[in-house]
Each structure stands twice: as structure tokens, then as C-alpha cells.
Design a protein around this ligand. Structure first.
Ligand SMILES: [Zn+2]
Ligand SMILES: [Zn+2]
Length: 349
């Protein structure tokens, strides 16, 4: 396809991003061109927009931002064999080599040379995006694009919650940003006994409540460790889904996790965290599991199955829908924390 398209570009190494117009991407032999129907704002996009310490090290401007999306395939490269023009696709955002020891042993999500869509390559805050065929996930076109675009972060929530036993277990979801909220929905859908949400932002605590959390705790208002122990017959929770990356929250979790518990960690601390390894981990006999991305493609099949089951309550997860032009408003919402998922529509007429 010829011509230009509108997109949101991180043009310079400083705060902000620009709405501009550039050439529609050309595709390689193994790539597909996708017309973006919906693209949601991730915490990562906000990091890049606000130009924090992590993005200063990682991002090489200019880059089109965004990676969570759903869209219609409008063109395929000569060697593309599975995906067809007209398919509605989303993407696994980790572009991996397919050849390293990890890729060939079922651990492609931790490939040694992973590139991330919209971080290391041009992303999806645009009318069109080019992606490798191998990264395309073909969707059920009956599901609205705003739900399809959040499958990627939903996959993070699924990977975190389902990285060990969960049926009949108590779980604390620490941090109720969009992925935390989705983790609550997943835990409820698969039969956790009790879901305890821990969050400081009242808007997000309310969202957690609306989505079916059994207990909500605001650490600014009460003693988290004491309350979790009260809620779990003094045993502590079986599972911690750590979505906050907050050092204090992580230290507290090691106090209220039960002996032999499981802690799945997705939230990224900005700095080193001091931990009581002896009493919090070793003598408690707990497992700690670092969660990176989604298992390729086991997690995607789990997401697909959960969506098909009808058990996953995602109604409240998407709180704002905006045309792409209003990306700055979306970023302000992300900054305030007074939102769930914010979805942008680049082709809204
Ligand atoms: Zn994301
Ligand atoms: Zn690899």
C-alpha cells in the first residue's frame, strides 16, 4: 500500500510524543500489514511517553509507540502461508529468533534476542502496522476489537495467575492497574477460593470490587499484613500475584504469604529491593516465579479458551475509549491512575 498514515511517534528523547503522518510501512516476505482497529495503552507506553529512566536506556527514537492491538490484515508478504487478507489479528508482542536454545525448548518468551513491538520496532499507535506472520494471532472476528486488543496484557495476567495451582486457593493480587484487575477476573473465572485485592488508588480499588474481588485492602488505610492474616484464618494467602513492583508491597507480601506458598511476580520495581530472604523465602519454603510476557503460545490458547468460556468478567476492565488523536488525554488518565484499560481507535470515522 502506498501513501501516508497518521501515528503517534516518540520523536525525541524527552517527555511526550507527537501525532504526525508518515509513510505506511512496507512489508517483508514474511510479514503482514494490518489496519489497526483498536490499540490499548500499556504501562510501558506511559513509561515511554513520560521518558522515565527505563525508557531513556531502552528506547531509540524515533519510534511509533504502542503494541497492544487488534486489526484487519490488508496485505501479506510472498512467503506468508497461514494468515490471510481479511483476518482479524492481534499480536504476540515478543518478536523472537526461533533458533536459540530457549526458543527451541518451549521457552520462547525468554528468548535471548527478544525484540518488543512498539519498543524496539515501530508500533501500533498508527493506522497501519507491519508485523511478522509468526507473531500474528488470528482472532474470532465476532469479538469486538477493543476486547481483542487487550489479550496481550490479559495474557500477562493469565500467565501470572496460572503459573501454579489456583483452584480453591486464596490469592492476593497486589496492585490493581489494568493487569491486576484482569488477574482478579482470571482468578475468579478459574475458581480461586478468595481473591484479596491490595491497591492504594480508590478508583482502582472500586474497579476491583466491581469485577468481583472478595476483599479489598487499601494499605494507606489499614495494616495489610494483619488484615490478610485475618482473612485467611491466620495461615496467610496461598498465592501472591505481585503486579505493583512496589518494594514495600513486596516486603509485606513475604510476611502474609503462607508457608509453602507461591509468589508470581510481574510488577517491575524501579530499583533493587531489600528482602528478608531467610524468613520470608527459605524458612517459609515458598516458590517465587518471575513472569515475563506470555508463554508462546500456550498462554494465548488459555486466553482464547477463557474468552470462549464466558466466565471472564472483562466488562469493567475497559474504562475509556478515545480516538487516536486524544492519546495525550489517555496518557493523562494513565498518570492519574483513574482508569482501567484505555483503548485508542486510529481508524475511528
Ligand atoms: Zn503491554
Ligand atoms: Zn530465541
Amino acid at each position: 500500500m502506498e501513501g501516508t498514515m497518521k501515528c503517534v511517534v516518540k520523536n525525541e528523547p524527552k517527555v511526550g510524543a507527537e501525532l504526525t503522518s508518515i509513510e505506511i510501512p512496507k512489508i517483508g516476505q514474511n510479514e503482514i500489514l494490518v489496519k489497526v482497529l483498536a490499540t490499548s495503552i500499556c504501562g510501558t507506553d506511559y513509561h515511554i511517553y513520560s521518558w522515565d529512566a527505563w525508557s531513556q536506556k531502552r528506547i531509540n527514537p524515533p519510534k511509533i509507540m504502542g503494541h497492544e492491538f487488534a486489526g484487519e490484515v490488508v496485505k501479506v508478504g510472498e512467503k506468508v502461508s497461514k494468515v490471510k487478507v481479511g483476518d482479524i489479528v492481534s499480536a504476540e508482542t515478543h518478536i523472537v529468533c526461533g533458533k536459540c536454545a530457549l526458543c527451541v525448548t518451549g521457552q520462547a518468551h525468554i528468548c535471548t534476542s527478544t525484540k518488543i513491538l512498539g519498543v524496539d520496532t515501530h508500533g501500533t499507535f498508527a493506522e497501519y502496522v507491519a508485523i511478522p506472520e509468526d507473531n500474528a494471532w488470528v482472532n474470532d472476528p465476532a469479538i469486538p476489537p477493543e476486547y481483542l486488543c487487550i489479550q496481550e496484557p490479559l495474557g500477562n495476567a493469565v500467565h501470572t495467575v496460572l503459573s501454579g495451582d489456583i483452584i480453591g486457593k486464596t490469592i492476593a493480587v497486589v496492585g490493581c492497574g489494568p493487569i491486576g484487575i484482569m488477574a482478579v477476573a482470571v482468578a475468579k473465572a478459574v475458581g480461586a477460593a478468595k481473591v484479596i485485592a491490595i491497591e492504594v488508588n480508590e478508583y482502582r480499588l472500586n474497579l476491583a470490587k466491581e469485577i468481583g474481588t472478595d476483599v479489598v485492602i487499601n494499605p494507606l488505610e489499614e495494616d495489610v499484613v494483619k488484615r490478610v492474616l485475618e482473612e485467611t484464618d491466620s495461615l496467610g494467602v496461598d498465592v501472591v500475584a505481585e503486579m505493583s513492583g512496589n518494594p514495600k508491597a513486596i516486603q509485606q507480601a513475604l510476611k502474609y504469604i503462607r508457608l509453602g506458598g507461591r509468589m508470581a511476580m510481574l510488577g517491575i520495581p524501579a530499583e533493587d529491593v531489600k528482602l528478608d530472604v531467610a524468613n520470608g523465602i527459605i524458612f517459609k519454603g515458598i516458590q517465587i516465579h518471575g513472569i515475563v510476557g506470555r508463554k508462546m503460545y500456550e498462554t494465548w490458547y488459555q486466553v482464547k479458551g477463557l474468552l470462549a468460556s464466558g466466565n471472564l468478567n472483562l466488562d469493567k476492565v475497559i474504562t475509556h475509549k478515545l480516538p487516536l488523536e486524544d492519546y495525550e488525554k489517555g496518557m493523562e488518565l494513565m498518570k492519574s491512575g483513574n482508569c482501567g484499560k484505555v483503548v485508542l481507535f486510529p481508524n475511528m470515522k
